[in-house]
Design a protein around this ligand. Structure first.
Ligand code: ADP
Ligand code: MG
Length: 253
């Protein structure tokens, strides 16, 4: 029996007269990777930021690990990890110093090298954030979400703009976070990624949830309607070619 760790009921968010989120309800189970998919402007980031306590909602009820968002936002903050925007990283500090700084903000003892090892960045311990490649920056920002040993990690488009190797590398990292029992909520525009990573996904469109199930179930449901994909004539695709030719290892620019 799976335990619900996030419960969202009739969540609404208006920006002025514009209804960005139109009364959505969903549960996230403890220990799963839950994907929030949908076109740009669907309301994914708005929904995440409300749960993360970073944005006010218009109405509805949100519970996070048994705590009510309206009553205990401070306690919710303590058990979640949120990916920071790049602007949050002081340019003059190296990775170890940045982790120590965040540890101080969270009032937590931190082991910077252990955290860097987890995201495969030990070699870059003395580098500054701005000196990292795109994939390294993403891995570092994921490392910072783990500083307070959260129960839930929120990742908003963590792989956007990355090359295929860096993307696969991040998939492994995200799976390893789940393997430790941490719940992960992720948004992505890559359907192969959602299929690979997510236990369940919600598809959001114009502020409404139009589907919610495991990727497998959603595909089966579509097939059951009689939908048939044009047959694949080749047993590999261009991404396979790219990975075969350039290798699976992550590259550092
Ligand atoms: P997504 O992350 O799915 O792309 P967002 O949650 O960022 O979508 O945005 C949902 C809708 O709300 C979009 O139409 C966007 O333009 C609008 N929106 C987002 N933030 C604001 C804001 N601060 N003020 C006004 N409108 C906003
Ligand atoms: Mg967004």
């Amino acid at each position: 029996m799976q335990r619900t760790i996030i419960s969202v009921k009739n969540l609404q968010k208006n920006y002025g007269t514009f209804e960005a989120v139109k009364g959505i309800s969903f549960d996230v189970f403890e220990g799963e990777i839950f994907g929030l998919l949908g076109p740009n402007g669907a309301g994914k980031s708005t929904t995440l930021e409300i749960i993360e306590t970073l944005r006010d909602k218009t109405s509805g009820e949100v519970m996070v690990d048994g705590m009510n968002l309206d009553k205990e936002p401070g306690d919710i903050k303590k058990i979640i990890g949120v990916q920071l925007q790049a602007s949050g990283f002081y340019p003059g500090l190296n990775l170890v110093e940045l982790i120590q700084l965040f540890g101080g903000l969270y009032n937590r003892p931190v082991q910077p090298m252990e955290l860097l090892k987890l995201v495969n960045l030990e070699d870059k311990a003395k580098s500054k954030y701005k000196e990292l490649s795109g994939g390294q920056k993403q891995r570092f920002s994921i490392a910072t979400t783990l500083i307070n040993q959260p129960k839930i990690v929120f990742l908003d488009e963590p792989t956007t703009g990355l090359d295929p190797q860096a993307r696969r590398n991040l998939w492994e990292l995200i799976k390893s976070i789940r393997a430790k029992g941490t719940t992960v909520i992720i948004t992505t525009h890559y359907m192969d990624e959602a299929e690979q990573l997510c236990d369940r996904i919600a598809i959001l469109d114009e502020g409404k949830i139009i589907a919610l199930a495991s990727p497998d179930k959603l595909i089966d449901d579509l097939v059951a309607t009689g939908f048939e994909r044009p047959k694949q004539v080749k047993s590999a695709n261009l991404e396979d070619v790219f990975i075969q030719l350039t290798g699976k290892e992550i590259r550092e620019e």
